[in-house]
Write a protein of this length. Structure first.
Lengths: 273, 520
């Protein structure tokens, strides 16, 4: 396990030095800070009776969106590039020549990716936390759950992107695949509408489209399940469904993450190096 | 042997994929249950606050299935929910029935866990299946509330839900649309605001501030340039069972907008507050509805001044005892604050004075009625005596004396109450010499005293001075002046005659409307 942890830490250090990553992080910080200025477009408006919190809401939504966009870009980029870069640079031969098994190497890389994503999310989340605190003078503790669910969503994307990156010697294809996974994951919900609406014409093709849509809906990871991360910021204190959903979402993400890791392991196991 | 580990990894990956798919289907089921739970809470709230929710129609104009489904859920929950205490507000208006247990549970609060377990239980499988079917067919009005957002979008009749199109960035889209609304508002292009307001709230149903500001724009900012519609030109609004002109139509549009917000965010006090105070109290001057919605606002997490606003509306609605109790409770709960030390004692005095005034006026009115009856009986006594019916005359005389005695008792009851009212106002003025309410009340009492003694000229002179001294007393004083002039048969001024004609016209229109009111 020492070897795994060493590889993870080394991956994290290398990853944090990448210019693209720093660029994304810098942009996200800029957007989060800029959120407070964007509300300057809203002139002082209140209803006659109740003070409006539109500017606080604007900040929250911009920050959540920025974390989502830049977070997923960072996740995809880092997950797609970690292994292919090392293959391209031939560093992987040096590493694998040591008494490190392939599964340990991959596990270390995977954990290193997660460390990068977690630290980036923590940084962006911390800034968001501060922005809200200065605006509303309250500690948005529910934000922590939102960040956790965001990470779980990224964990799934990261796992499958990582698996695809093990097939490639260049980071371009896995990056595109990662974006595709993220988009598809968000569109999976649409398949439910398709299979619910299917079968109305009684034509065979209509029925089969419905069956295929249902099968895909049940099998593919559905990132819309994590839409709770946006809504949770408006949460009321006692909300039983959310108390049940959060642990289930964590299990969901972990299962797919481990699945992605084993897919990566299966692919990498067969890779000629 | 080398290939075996590879196959094992593939098998593990497939098994995990299967487990993931299984967990995904569990999550899908949980989300359906969540949507059902949100709908139950929303509809129970609506059944209590908006009893005519069953008249809602879907996009094609057909009645929605909410009422039928709600009835089924309410019937099932009667046997499953424990004892929920019944309060006065659980009585259904216009009947002796009380609200179902599920409505009372939502009203009382604290039963979220029970309702959630009901939504997941087997007993509720049939209504849940119906809910899912109606949701697919877009036959429900209120789908989920704060967090069943995907369901809300399918309710708009679109197959591809907006959330999918925006990849979860719909809140951002709603914010950008709202920036446009703000821009149009500040550039005076009001006509462009309404569709954008609807778009922003459709994209983000949790955008409470959009509902608040949108309703404010409708009720306050769209109306200042409009002229008041003459009573005779107002049209009947079936939905609100009232007669509306241009301005009132916009006020009710604001009401509708806030009601939509309440449907989607049933636990946010701001929506109830704006609806009750900003629109019903200040614009429509509908005190009962103002009290109704403000009472709802204080049931949820709210700011401290919401309660004081509720007590003021209770006072305006004539519920002085409740207002008094509220202010006294307020003073105990927040000692050392300005509201508790300065404002609450003032309103305690005001409500106490109003209670005394109301009670003595009631007693005086009863005494006047009894005097009138006694006078009539005396008249009949004389008639009976003239007809030679001594027994009847004696009986009538006794009855008349009994009425007079009763009247005197009422007067004896009224006098100390009147004294107490006067003392309350005078002590208020001693505490605060420019207290407008106490000044108005004392002027009114003095004028009434003069009028009761037949000293109408003095009463009118007092009121003439008072209405200029205390501007808020102007309308009340003017009405009293007209009344006393008519009693004293003093000619009215031109403006007073015009006011009388307007009053008579309005009463006549009101009577005609009641006669010709369309049946709902």
């Amino acid at each position: 396990m020492n070897g795994v942890w060493t590889i993870a830490v080394y991956t994290w250090r290398e990853g944090m030095r990448k210019k693209t990553l720093i660029g994304f992080l810098f942009l996200s910080i800029l957007v989060i800070f800029g959120a407070t200025f964007m509300t300057a477009f809203l002139q002082e408006t209140s209803t006659g009776m109740v003070e409006s919190d539109v500017d606080a809401k604007l900040i929250k939504d911009i920050c959540v969106t920025a974390i989502s966009i830049f977070g997923v870009l960072i996740t995809i980029f880092i997950s797609a590039s970690v292994v292919p870069t090392e293959v391209e640079n031939r560093v992987i031969y040096t590493v694998l020549s040591k008494p490190v098994r392939r599964y340990e190497y991959l596990l270390g890389k995977f954990l290193g990716i997660q460390l990068i994503v977690i630290i980036n999310l923590a940084l962006m989340g911390g800034l968001f936390f501060m922005a809200i605190y200065f605006k509303q003078h309250i500690l948005p503790t529910l934000l922590l759950w939102s960040i956790l669910l965001t990470y779980m969503e990224f964990l799934i994307v990261s796992a499958f992107t990582f698996a695809i990156s093990c097939t490639s010697t260049s980071a371009v294809l896995p990056t595109i695949a990662g974006l595709f996974i993220y988009i598809t994951g968000n569109l999976t919900e649409y398949l439910k509408n398709v299979y619910e609406a299917a079968g109305q014409t009684s034509k065979t093709i209509d029925i089969w489209i419905g069956r295929v849509a249902k099968a895909l809906y049940n099998v593919l990871p559905n990132l819309q399940n994590f839409s709770l991360k946006n809504q949770i910021l408006n949460l009321q204190p006692n909300d039983p469904p959310v108390d049940v959903m959060i642990p289930n979402l964590i299990v969901y993400a972990l299962v797919y993450a481990v699945c992605g890791y084993f897919m990566a392991l299966w692919i990498f196991r067969r890779k000629e190096l | 042997m080398r290939k075996s580990p590879g196959i094992i990894y593939a098998i593990i990956a497939l098994v995990l994929f299967g487990i993931g798919a299984f967990q995904g289907s569990r999550l899908s089921r949980l989300r359906d249950e969540e949507a059902f739970y949100r709908w139950m809470v929303s509809i129970a709230n609506q059944a209590r606050l908006f009893p005519d929710f069953h008249t809602a129609v879907d996009a094609e104009g057909n009645p929605t299935k909410d009422k039928d489904l709600f009835d089924a859920v309410a019937t099932l929950s009667e046997n499953v929910l424990g004892d929920i205490p019944v309060t006065d507000e659980d009585k259904i208006a216009g009947s002796d029935a009380i609200q179902p247990k599920i409505v009372r549970a939502v009203r009382e609060g604290g039963h979220e866990d029970v309702l959630w377990s009901l939504a997941q239980s087997e007993a509720f499988l049939p209504p849940k299946a119906s809910f899912l079917q109606y949701r697919r067919e877009h036959k429900l009005m209120s789908l989920g509330t704060q967090f069943g957002l995907t369901d809300m979008y399918t309710a708009e009749g679109t197959v591809v839900s907006l959330s999918n199109m925006f990849f979860g960035f719909r809140k951002m889209a709603a914010n950008l649309v709202w920036l446009e609304v703000d821009k149009h508002w500040h550039s005076g292009q009001m006509h462009r605001m309404i569709p954008l307001m609807n778009t922003a709230t459709a994209l983000d149903p949790n955008f409470v501030d959009a509902f608040l500001l949108g309703a404010w724009h409708l009720a306050y900012n769209f109306t200042p340039q409009l002229k008041e519609t003459p009573e005779a030109l107002k049209v009947y609004d079936k939905k609100y069972d009232t007669w509306v002109g241009e301005k009132e139509k916009l006020y009710y549009d604001g009401v509708d907008f806030l009601l939509d917000g309440i449907r989607k965010n049933p636990t946010n006090y701001k929506l109830y507050f704006d609806l009750g105070y900003a629109i019903y109290e200040l614009k429509l001057v509908d005190h009962p509805n103002a009290v109704k919605y403000l009472s709802e606002a204080v049931k949820h997490r709210h700011d401290v001044w919401v309660r004081s606003t509720l007590y003021r509306c209770l006072q305006n609605n004539g519920q002085y005892e409740e207002a008094l109790a509220g202010w006294e409770d307020y003073r105990k709960q927040f000692p050392g604050t300005n509201r508790a030390d300065t404002i609450a004692p003032r309103f305690i005095d005001i409500n106490q004075g109003l209670i005394f005034e109301r009670d003595y006026k009631k007693a005086f009115a009863k005494a006047s009625l009894l005097d009138e009856e006694a006078k009539q009986l005396l008249g009949k006594t004389e008639e009976a005596r003239a007809q030679g019916n001594a027994d009847e005359a004696a009986r009538l005389e006794r009855e008349s004396e009994a009425k007079l005695a009763e009247a005197n008792v009422e007067k004896e009851v009224a006098k100390p109450l009147r004294e107490k009212a006067r003392q309350t106002w005078e002590s208020r003025l001693q505490k605060e010499s420019d207290d407008v309410f106490a000044k108005c009340a004392l002027h009114r009492m003095d004028a009434e005293d003069f009028a009761r003694d037949g000293r109408y000229y003095e009463a009118i002179a007092l009121l003439e001075n008072a209405r200029w001294e205390v501007p808020s007393f102007f309308e009340e004083a003017s009405a009293l002046i007209i009344e006393y002039k008519q009693k004293a048969k003093i000619p009215l001024t031109m403006s007073e005659q015009m006011a009388e004609i307007r009053e008579e016209d309005e009463q006549r229109i009101h009577v005609e409307r009641e006669k010709n009111k369309p049946v709902n």
